[in-house]
Unconditional design. Structure first.
Length: 109
């Protein structure tokens, strides 16, 4: 229960900022570089949309696409495998990040 004047303990603060929340969900930023044009970006967005995971797909520039995803670890791994199968010749960088509590999936250009 949250009462006026209470402060969160360090343990509670760590749980808020931890990239893995209490339900086993994770948050990852995946950056793909390589032969990515607008068609490939739309294919990648379609893969993420069909898996029904929350986050953002950002087409940063020709040759660079960023995915900010939140969800079950196995679903994020599935996204990575399907993207790599559907779009050849990509380099990938994956990092943990804090949760942003996305409510759906956005495609930003």
């Amino acid at each position: 229960m949250w009462l006026h004047g209470d402060s969160l303990s360090q343990e509670a603060m760590d749980k808020i900022t931890d990239p893995r929340d209490s339900r086993g969900m994770i948050a990852r930023k995946i950056t793909y570089t390589g032969s990515i044009d607008t068609v490939a970006a739309e294919v990648i967005y379609d893969v993420v949309r069909k898996i029904e995971i929350t986050g953002e797909v950002r087409f940063v520039a020709p040759g660079k696409l960023e995915l900010d995803l939140e969800g079950d670890p196995s679903m994020i791994k599935l996204v990575q495998h399907q993207v790599e199968r559907r779009v050849q010749g990509l380099k990938k960088d994956v990092v943990s990040r804090p949760f942003r509590n996305y409510q759906g999936l956005d495609f930003l250009r």
